[in-house]
Write a protein that binds this ligand. Structure first.
Ligand SMILES: Cc1cc2nc3c(=O)[nH]c(=O)nc-3n(C[C@H](O)[C@H](O)[C@H](O)COP(=O)(O)OP(=O)(O)OC[C@H]3O[C@@H](n4cnc5c(N)ncnc54)[C@H](O)[C@@H]3O)c2cc1C
Length: 563
């Protein structure tokens, strides 16, 4: 069963040992969604593949998105019809191959008299959105009159409301989608090592033929030989390109996006809501996430490094004011913010002649090969990662053929093979199976949404040790068995991996799960062979992360919120 495929610190150590002695066909730098998609496609074509990331899997942008698998309704305004067409197709594919992680989400797009987007334009846009999905979206859109909108979403501003479009996109768990994709690659033979940084590229005869790696956990250095190297480092791609060509002109224009999460009860929204900010007319979203709603996103050009990007007080004020304009009774204030996150969109730089604002820069991707053979994938979206992976591996296969004259296998059916946990679309059956094992309903639903068919593997741990059925934090659905599962099957190496990206307690739990650190560290320590000092170090490092974000939250709390 796929849930039994190990993917742990031991898998990682074995991958690094293997890389030290045996060359690979393809080395991928970057374990976000893009690198994971490349690895999956390449491994399924039978290439000998390795992927390394200097932090955790999805530790970069791929855990800081708006978590939408969407056609991209706002790209219609920019005339990006090809992208919307492609993304709509990918939405359908991802709903099929990962039904537990990619869920249909109904959106209301309210129309107001005098608004920047007039009702006729909105109706035409929604029709076009359905057309570009070949009328094969979850459901085609419907137009609701003002009365029905009031009944569906009573918290929405009533004044000048003329109706709303009800349309569908999908919501995902970005970090877990990247993880599932990478685990699928590993199951097909890819060697994967998180916390492994590429510090330099090897160019023995002027062509890129490998890299020097640093194991961030142990400090060990490894030289790996690779016939082709792919740079899939998202907002870092220009940094890595400069390891190859120090004077390389930037391919990217980085654009920051920030989100704030607030208690959902304050807004009372049951739908995802699409709005045009009254502050600058940008399209943005209010998205349900359990008992929270997150509001996003901003879009500003950014020069800060990807490691240091944070939501600022100004970002939060912009988001809260925009939401308040549509949910006037909510009167959201900075102290309502439970958590924030921000990332840098790795957007393709426009031609120098096109002086576009960040919001108008294309989301499409480009595969670029340097004179010394480094292949870089730039741009793209979470939604289109599978297509990006295929395009990169087509280029890799062509390069390998030039090197050895051998033709590689055709593109694999990545659109039909389910991701781990996605083997069935009948999630209700999985929930019923979990309930039959004596698990509470919130936990059963949470496990199925996170692990799909592999929820059974998590519950097997509880069968072996009843104590693992206890919640990680009292009153929340996450259980202690998940900590063990994520270490043994999901390559969680650090406390933050479990609390931030395997579960999302850092964002979702009040107090950012500080009170869970001891119990989680106690579960991880024996599995990972931590001594007391290492255990303490892990807790301290997580608390520092919390402190940084609280400092920020305090800054938000001090901001005044003009009406
Ligand atoms: C605010 C925001 C909202 C978004 N919302 C959506 C959305 O709703 N839907 C959607 O489809 N898309 C969305 N996107 C876009 C999407 O999130 C990104 O396009 C995607 O996550 C980029 O993935 P990536 O793998 O290319 O980059 P990343 O996820 O950043 O991965 C790059 C990885 O490279 C690693 N790395 C860097 N340097 C090195 C090195 N020297 N050695 C080893 N590893 C290295 C990093 O550690 C990192 O993990 C959003 C983006 C942002 C910023």
């Amino acid at each position: 069963m796929p849930g039994e495929t190990p993917f742990s610190f031991q898998t990682r150590a074995a991958a690094l040992d293997s890389l030290a002695v045996e060359p690979v066909d393809l080395l991928i730098i970057g374990g976000g969604i893009t690198g994971a998609g490349v690895a999956r496609d390449a491994a399924l074509r039978g290439l000998r593949v390795a992927l390394v990331d200097k932090s955790d899997i999805a530790g970069g942008t791929s855990s800081r998105s708006s978590r939408l698998i969407h056609g991209g309704i706002r790209y219609l305004e920019h005339g990006d019809l090809r992208l919307v067409f492609e993304a709509s197709h990918e939405r359908r594919v991802l709903l099929r191959i990962a039904p537990h992680l990619v869920r249909p989400l109904p959106f209301l797009f309210p129309a107001y008299r005098g608004a920047r987007v007039p009702p006729w334009k909105l109706r035409a846009g929604l029709w076009l959105y359905d057309l570009l999905a070949a009328f094969r979206n979850v459901h085609t859109h419907r137009w609701l009159g003002a009365k029905k909108v009031r009944a569906a979403e009573p918290g929405l501003r009533d004044k000048d409301l003329t109706g709303a479009g009800l349309y569908y996109d999908a919501q995902t768990d970005d970090a877990r989608l990247a993880l599932a994709t990478l685990r699928s690659a590993a199951a097909a033979g890819a060697l994967v090592a998180s916390y492994t940084e590429v510090v330099s590229l090897a160019k023995p005869d002027g062509r890129v033929a490998g890299a020097s790696l640093r194991d961030v956990v142990t400090g060990r250095h490894i030289d790996v030989r690779a016939r082709v190297v792919v740079n899939a480092t998202g907002p870092w791609v220009d940094v890595v390109r400069r390891l190859d060509e120090p004077g390389a002109a930037p391919l990217l224009r980085l654009s920051k996006g920030a989100h704030v999460a607030v208690p959902r009860a304050r807004l009372g929204n049951s739908y995802a809501v699409t709005l045009t900010s009254p502050l600058d007319g940008r399209v943005m979203f209010v998205l349900p996430w359990g008992d929270l709603s997150y509001i996003g996103t901003t879009e500003t050009e950014e020069t800060v490094s990807p490691e240091r990007v944070r939501a600022t007080g100004n970002d939060a004020v912009y988001l809260l004011r925009s939401a308040n304009a549509f949910f006037p009774r909510a009167r959201l204030a900075p102290h309502d913010v439970v958590s924030t996150w921000a990332g840098l969109r790795p957007l393709l730089a426009p031609d120098a002649s096109r002086n576009a604002g960040a919001g108008a820069v294309s989301r499409e991707h480009r595969v670029v090969e340097s004179p010394s053979g480094l292949i870089t994938i730039a741009g793209g979206k979470l939604t289109t990662y599978r297509v990006m992976g295929r395009d990169v591996v087509d280029r890799v296969a062509a390069r390998l053929r030039k090197l050895d004259g051998l033709r590689r296998g055709a593109a694999p059916p990545t659109d039909r093979l389910p991701l781990p946990g996605g083997e069935t679309a009948d999630l209700d059956v999985l929930v019923s199976a979990a309930l039959a094992r004596g698990i509470s309903e919130p936990t059963a639903k949470h496990l199925v949404a996170s692990y799909g068919t592999e929820s059974a593997a998590v519950l097997n741990l509880v069968d072996k040790k009843r104590g693992l059925g206890k919640p990680i934090l009292e009153g929340r659905p996450e259980i202690q068995a998940e900590v063990v599962h994520t270490v043994q099957r999901e390559m969680a190496l650090r406390l933050a991996d479990v609390l931030i990206r395997r579960t999302h307690l850092f964002y979702q739990a009040r107090g950012q799960a500080v009170t869970a650190t001891t119990v989680v560290a106690d579960l991880m320590a024996p599995l990972l062979g931590w001594d007391a000092a290492r255990r303490a170090e892990e807790i301290e490092s997580y608390l520092k992360e919390v402190e940084t974000s609280r400092k920020f939250l305090k800054e938000v709390g001090r901001q005044s919120l003009p009406a």
